[in-house]
Ligand binder design. Structure first.
Ligand code: NAD
Length: 445
């Protein structure tokens, strides 16, 4: 497993040997723990923005040591780049050079987060140029970060401000270990909707969450993560997976529902279980998914149709039921894949289903917002699960070590943490988006 390699190249004699041989040395990632600090050191805020002081005040209230000037030699745990007021590419220089100097002071696992505006077709050309340029610069910076540090961005659409709930929620997500395997990505805040939790240690307190495909792999980890964050979890999986499902449910104090998500009444049964057993339905995670890989030249109807049925048609059908019920504030988070963005040899069926998820999420955002809800997706890259353990070693090694900027596969918990954030009220303003959790893999770039 990748973990063993990571251990070998980062400790003792084998570390020296790996250095000598020039072997790739994946960094240890800084992951979330309930009691770990939000950042591993002070945060420096560079640039100007109308709400900069308010932002600094909020970060101070989070317990961070906030600096407005890069004085002295002290190490930094984070950098915030305020770029939302720039109107010409020539204005980028001063800030990027200040960033350059600060980069050398970042500790392992540090975070760089930019704040910018979207480049739109009706912008002045110079304004659109600098805004789109920031996108390119930050994605490149992501590829240059070392020691498990990452660079991501928040894009403020319309009149949304950096102190709106979802912008602050996104900032905390990017700062924290929850975003360990998210690099070179942007979250766009589209509305002022959303609410930060009273207690950041339990952002899903009092919520009832349903996770499909929860018996193993990513789904089981999502169930554990949502329960840790305070939710009561309903775990759904096929009847054949009943024993494994019960085991996970016992670990997290949740209830089980044995169900094939392709069943016509799946949406109704999920709603019924959540409402009768737990009194509400606040979050649905459409995680159940399958692969039936074959080159299209060798594809048969069974392979094609089963992948479409489980991975996208079931989600469409269940969402129709949830929408018709007008469940107040319902959040839905779907599993897409980088294969659905970049394509993958042997996966025309899977990529059609996962690209379909991304399209469905974008088109369903306004519908869920009518009842105060939202729908989002995560697109994982290479995640270490039973599914990916079956991939031939050579392909697996490339997928782990060569393609992602972070030089390793992600863990199921990395996907689960992103889902926990997107399924929380703090993320309401991110409605309709798909977030890649892929270590900035070249696949999907
Ligand atoms: P997995 O095969 O380990 O687990 C999938 C679970 O879904 C299983 O417990 C299975 O029984 C359940 N399931 C399958 N069909 C079902 C149905 N019709 N009804 C109810 N349950 C059903 O897969 P995983 O690697 O944990 O992947 C979880 C999700 O993440 C999938 O949607 C997958 O496409 C997506 N994904 C995974 C990766 C990765 O690298 N592992 C990458 C991108 C996306």
């Amino acid at each position: 497993m990748a973990d063993k390699y990571l251990e070998l190249v980062n400790s003792g004699m084998t570390k020296k040997l790996a250095k000598l041989l020039g072997l790739p040395r994946p960094p240890r990632l800084r992951r979330y723990g309930v009691d770990t600090p939000l950042l591993p050191g002070p945060v420096l805020v560079l640039g100007t923005s109308a709400r900069a002081q308010e932002l600094s005040d909020v970060m101070v209230s989070w317990g961070l040591d906030v600096r407005r000037h890069d004085a002295g030699q002290s190490k930094l745990g984070g950098l915030v780049l305020l770029l939302d007021e720039l109107s010409h590419p020539e204005q980028l220089s001063a800030l990027m050079l200040a960033t350059s100097a600060a980069l050398r002071k970042l500790v392992p696992g540090a975070r760089v987060v930019s704040v910018s505006k979207p480049a739109l077709a009706n912008d002045e050309p110079a304004v659109a140029a600098v805004r789109q340029g920031i996108d390119g610069a930050m994605r490149s910076l992501g590829r240059e970060m070392r020691g498990g540090a990452t660079a991501n961005g928040i894009v403020l659409a319309g009149d949304t401000s950096i102190v709106s709930p979802s912008a602050l929620g996104a900032l905390r997500f990017f700062f924290s270990g929850r975003s360990a395997y998210v690099d070179g990505q942007f979250l766009t805040v589209r509305t002022e909707a959303g609410e930060l939790p009273d207690d950041f240690r339990a952002p899903l307190a009092g919520k009832v969450a349903v996770v499909t495909g929860a018996a193993r792999g990513i789904g089981a980890e999502i169930a554990r993560t949502l329960a840790r964050d305070g939710a009561k979890v309903v775990l759904v999986d096929m009847p054949q997976a009943g024993d494994a499902l019960a085991k996970v449910a016992n670990q997290v104090g949740g209830t089980t529902l044995q169900l094939d998500v392709t069943a016509k009444d799946a949406g109704a049964r999920i709603m019924d279980h959540a409402l009768t057993r737990h009194g509400s339905l606040d979050l649905v995670v459409h995680n159940a998914g399958i692969t039936r890989d074959k080159l299209l030249a060798n594809m048969d109807a069974a392979r094609w149709d089963s992948v479409i049925a489980v991975n996208i048609a079931s989600q469409l059908r269940m969402n129709e039921v949830f929408l018709a019920a007008k469940i107040p504030g319902l959040r839905v988070v779907c599993l897409a894949s980088t294969s659905g963005i970049a394509g993958n040899r042997g996966q025309t069926n899977y990529a059609a289903s996962k690209g379909g998820v991304i399209g469905m999420v974008r088109a369903s955002a306004a519908l869920f917002a009518e009842s105060g809800g939202s729908i989002t997706a995560v697109a994982p890259g290479f995640i270490e699960t039973e599914m990916t353990a079956k991939i031939p070693l050579g392909t697996r090694t490339v997928a782990r070590l060569v393609l992602p900027s972070l030089m390793q596969g992600g863990l199921p918990v990395d996907v689960a943490e992103a889902i926990g954030f997107l399924g929380s009220d703090a993320a309401a303003g991110l409605n309709g988006q798909t977030l890649r959790v892929c270590g900035q893999s070249l696949v999907g770039a």
